[in-house]
Design a protein around this ligand. Structure first.
Ligand code: ADP
Length: 329
């Protein structure tokens, strides 16, 4: 049984590293892709994880497979296509460490995941407690159909379905199409994590209570809204509130949301959906605080997967006085 099975893009994030002697930027080749990051985040904490996705038959594909293997993520569902290359993305960072993406994916191997690949991997889906997916695999077919099919299949097998609709404007023809398909994913999800900007995009609301309420109406039992340095907001039935995060010097926010969600899902391990819904305020706030610790620690290091913390690092970070909680939230 897997604590978390993640499905979607596994790709290379080229992140700015140094400047050459000739003054041009040098990029580091970081394994990434939001759902893969979530699987590794859970694995680093000691959870049992698996991944379903597709890479190309090339050096980058080999590197990605090796990375997941090394991290202890089961790669039985990681397929290889000889038709197209492994997807790559270039990440650029502004002075605050906030990032934007340029994808080379026209198409990339991650898009080639097919419905028949899901059927062949039903064993993994029926053997997971939490099934996690995102919205990058919803941009194009065949991966869009395959992703939505897998999420429905996971529900039929009584898994808790987790969804993180990341908005990458580059990958969609326009905003309306993006919102239409990002909302489609909500129909199959029990736990939904969005950033504040994604909440606004999907609901048109700028108020956390109203925006999260709209997402809950669309089917999510538990809504998490990440707020960067201000922590995170949760909504579970009648329980709702903001949980502060830790005061850190952020150098690269890539993967912070994935670390946050991976840590939160790790806290949910061993629970059925009914147990998640029955959590007390104390339980959910403690899980969100743990997730905030994972997210904030991730921002202190460069890259996504390389930056994800271990259980020991998080507990140590939470214990130490220097990891003071931000007082502004
Ligand atoms: P996403 O990657 O989904 O946009 P955020 O950037 O909001 O997510 O980050 C996820 C979590 O990481 C936040 O909820 C927060 O706990 C932590 N985090 C992010 N940025 C910072 C920061 N600058 N300082 C402290 N914690 C941060």
């Amino acid at each position: 049984m897997f604590d978390v099975l993640a499905l979607g893009e596994l790709l290379i994030d080229f992140t700015p590293a140094l400047t050459s002697e000739h003054g041009v930027p040098l990029y580091a080749c970081n394994p990434g892709g939001a759902p893969a990051n979530v699987a590794v985040a859970v694995s680093r904490l000691g959870g049992r994880t698996a991944f379903i996705g597709k890479v190309g038959d090339d050096r980058f594909g080999d590197l990605l497979r090796k990375t997941l293997d090394t991290e202890g993520v089961c790669t039985d569902g990681l397929l290889t296509t000889g038709e197209v290359n492994t997807t790559i993305a270039f990440v650029t960072l502004d002075e605050q460490g906030d990032r934007s993406f340029v994808f080379y994916r026209n198409p990339g191997a991650d898009v080639m995941l097919e419905k028949s690949d899901i059927d062949r991997n039903e064993r993994l889906i029926s053997g997971c407690k939490v099934f996690h997916f995102g919205s990058v695999s919803l941009t194009d077919d065949p991966s869009r159909t395959a992703t939505l099919y897998a999420a429905r299949m996971a529900r039929e097998h009584n898994a808790i379905v987790s969804y993180d609709p990341n908005f990458r404007p580059h990958l969609w023809s326009n905003r309306d199409v993006a919102v239409r398909w990002m909302l489609e994913g909500l129909k199959s999800a029990d736990i939904v994590k969005v950033s504040y900007e994604e909440m606004e995009l999907l609901t048109g609301e700028i108020d956390l209570d109203r925006g999260s309420g709209r997402i809950a109406e669309l089917g999510a039992a538990l809504v998490l809204v990440t707020l960067g340095a201000e922590g995170a907001y949760y909504r579970l039935g009648d329980l709702r509130g903001k949980v502060r995060t830790y005061d850190v010097r952020a150098v690269d926010t890539t993967g912070a949301g994935d670390a946050f969600l991976g840590a939160f899902l790790y806290c949910m391990r061993g629970r059925a959906l009914g147990d998640v819904l029955a959590m007390s305020r104390e339980e959910i706030e403690s899980a969100v605080l743990f997730a905030n610790a994972a997210g904030s620690l991730t921002t202190t290091r460069k890259g996504a997967i390389p930056a994800l913390p271990t259980l020991h690092e998080i507990t140590d970070f939470q214990r130490r006085g220097q990891a003071s909680l931000c007082s502004n939230s």
